[in-house]
Design a protein around this ligand. Structure first.
Ligand code: GLC
Length: 400
C-alpha cells in the first residue's frame, strides 16, 4: 500500500498533531506500507514524521496561498476576496507539481488533512488514486472552502470527521454523496501520562515562583481568537482574590494565516487592564505540552465557538488532569460533566470562574476527576487509529 498524506501546514497545530498520530499508528500496524507526507514547509510535523519512517516532501505553497485564511472574511470582506483571487491564481502551478509528486509515488490513497489540503488534493488527484478527506473543522464556519469542497466532493471517496458533531456538519454541508465516518483523534499515552517530567511554568512566564499551596490553572491552546484566551483572563479576574490561584496561558502563535490569531502583547495588555499582574503568566510556545500539562493542577479549555474535537482536552485527560471544558461541539463528546471533568457554557466567564474556584478549593475533587479522566482517555489510545484506517484504505484500493 502506498499512502500519501497532504498537510495544510508543516507546524504542529491540533490537526497536524492528529496527522502525526495517524502516521505513528499506521507505521506500527503496517511496517511495510509506504507512507509519504507532503507539507508546504518544514516544521515540527515534518521533523516528527521523519523518525517514523515517513518519507517527507516539502512542496511550498505560493505565498498568496500560504497567507490565505478564511477567518478574516466577515471583518474585511473586500480585502478577503482580493486575497482569495490571488490565492486562486497561484494554485494551478502548485496543483501541477502536486499531481506529479503523487504520480511519482504511485499513490494508492491520498489522505488530505486540512481544508486547503482537501481542495488541492481533489484538484491534483491522479487517475487510479483514491482520496480521503480528514476533516478537523466545521465546514459551516468556512463558507468559501465549504462551497469549493461542494464542487469537488465527487472527486473524494471517503470522509473522516474528528467528532460526531463535525460529521453531522459535513453531512449537512456536503450531503450524503460520499460516506462520512467519525474517527476520534488519538493520543500517545506514553507521552501523555500522569507521571513524568514537568516544566517550570513560572520561569517560562518570567514570574517569581508561586507560593506553596497555589493552584495552577492553565489554558493550553494555539492563539486562534476563538480559543477563548480573553474569556480565560476575564474568568481569572472574576475568581475571588483570596482564592490561591495562578493562571497560565500556554502557547504561542504558529499559523501563517492573517487575522485569525491574537498576540501575546494583546493578551498581556488585557491582563494588565484586568489587574491580573502576577496572577497570570504567559509561557509562549512550549515544546512538550505534556510537560506543561503535568505542571498544572487544572487544565482549562475555553473555546468560544463549538470545538470540533479538542485534542488538548483528550491529552490533558490522559495526563490525569481535571479539565474544565467549554460544553459545545466535539468537546461535549469528550468530557462528561462531573464524571471525568467539568463543563461550562461557552463564553460564560462567570461559570468558568465558578468552576476554577470550586476546583481550586477542593484537592480531593481534583484528584477524583483527574483519575477518572485518565481512565476515560484510554479510548483515545492512538494505536487504535489503525483499526479504522487500515480497513478503509484497503477497501478503497480494492475498488480501484
Ligand atoms: C482542529 C480542531 C480541533 C481538533 C484538531 C484535531 O484543530 O479545531 O478541535 O482537536 O483539529 O482534530
Amino acid at each position: 500500500m502506498r499512502l500519501t498524506f497532504l498537510s495544510t501546514s508543516g507546524h504542529l497545530g491540533g490537526a497536524e498533531a492528529s496527522l502525526r498520530d495517524v502516521l505513528a499508528s499506521l507505521r506500527q500496524a503496517r511496517p511495510a506500507w509506504t507512507l509519504v507526507l507532503v507539507a508546504p514547509r518544514d516544521g515540527r510535523l515534518v521533523r516528527e514524521a521523519q523518525p517514523l519512517g515517513v518519507r517527507t516532501i516539502i512542496l511550498p505553497f505560493p505565498p498568496a496561498l500560504a497567507r490565505f485564511g478564511e477567518h478574516g472574511f466577515t471583518s474585511d470582506g473586500g480585502l478577503a476576496v482580493a486575497r482569495l483571487a490571488r490565492a486562486a491564481l497561484a494554485t494551478p502551478w502548485y496543483v501541477h507539481r502536486l499531481r506529479a509528486t503523487l504520480r511519482a509515488h504511485r499513490t494508492d490513497v491520498i489522505h488530505a488533512n486540512g481544508l486547503k489540503a482537501h481542495l488541492l488534493a481533489a484538484a491534483a488527484k491522479p487517475r487510479g488514486a483514491a482520496l480521503v478527506w480528514h476533516v478537523h473543522d466545521y465546514l459551516q464556519r468556512r463558507p468559501v472552502s465549504a462551497r469549493l469542497m461542494g464542487r469537488l466532493v465527487s472527486r473524494c471517496d471517503a470522509i473522516l470527521a474528528n467528532s460526531e458533531s463535525v460529521a453531522r456538519d459535513v453531512r449537512d454541508v456536503l450531503g450524503d454523496r460520499v460516506p462520512v465516518s467519525t474517527m476520534y483523534n488519538g493520543v500517545d499515552l506514553e507521552r501523555f501520562r500522569a507521571n513524568g517530567p514537568v516544566v517550570d511554568l513560572d520561569a517560562l512566564a518570567g514570574l517569581p515562583p508561586a507560593a506553596a499551596g497555589v493552584v495552577r490553572v492553565g489554558l493550553v491552546a494555539v492563539m486562534a481568537r476563538w480559543k477563548g484566551h480573553f474569556l480565560f483572563l476575564d474568568a481569572l479576574a472574576a475568581v475571588p482574590p483570596e482564592t490561591p490561584v495562578r493562571g497560565y496561558v500556554v502557547g504561542g502563535p504558529i499559523y501563517d494565516t492573517e487575522a485569525s490569531q491574537c498576540s501575546l502583547d494583546e493578551l498581556r495588555a488585557r491582563a494588565r487592564a484586568l489587574g491580573l499582574e502576577g496572577r497570570v503568566g504567559f509561557t509562549g510556545f512550549v515544546e512538550a505540552p505534556e510537560d506543561a500539562m503535568r505542571a498544572l493542577d487544572v487544565v482549562v479549555h475555553a473555546s468560544t465557538e463549538p470545538e470540533p474535537f479538542g485534542l488538548v482536552i483528550a491529552e490533558a485527560m490522559a495526563c490525569g488532569r481535571p479539565v474544565i471544558a467549554s460544553r459545545a461541539g466535539g468537546a461535549a463528546e469528550i468530557v462528561e460533566d462531573g464524571v471525568d471533568g467539568l463543563a461550562f457554557s461557552p463564553g460564560d466567564a462567570g461559570q468558568l470562574a465558578g468552576a476554577i474556584a470550586r476546583l481550586a478549593a477542593d484537592p480531593d475533587e481534583r484528584r477524583r476527576l483527574g483519575d477518572a479522566a485518565a481512565r476515560s482517555a484510554r479510548r483515545f489510545d492512538r494505536r487504535l487509529l489503525a483499526d479504522t484506517l487500515v480497513p478503509l484504505y484497503e477497501a478503497l484500493r480494492a475498488r480501484r
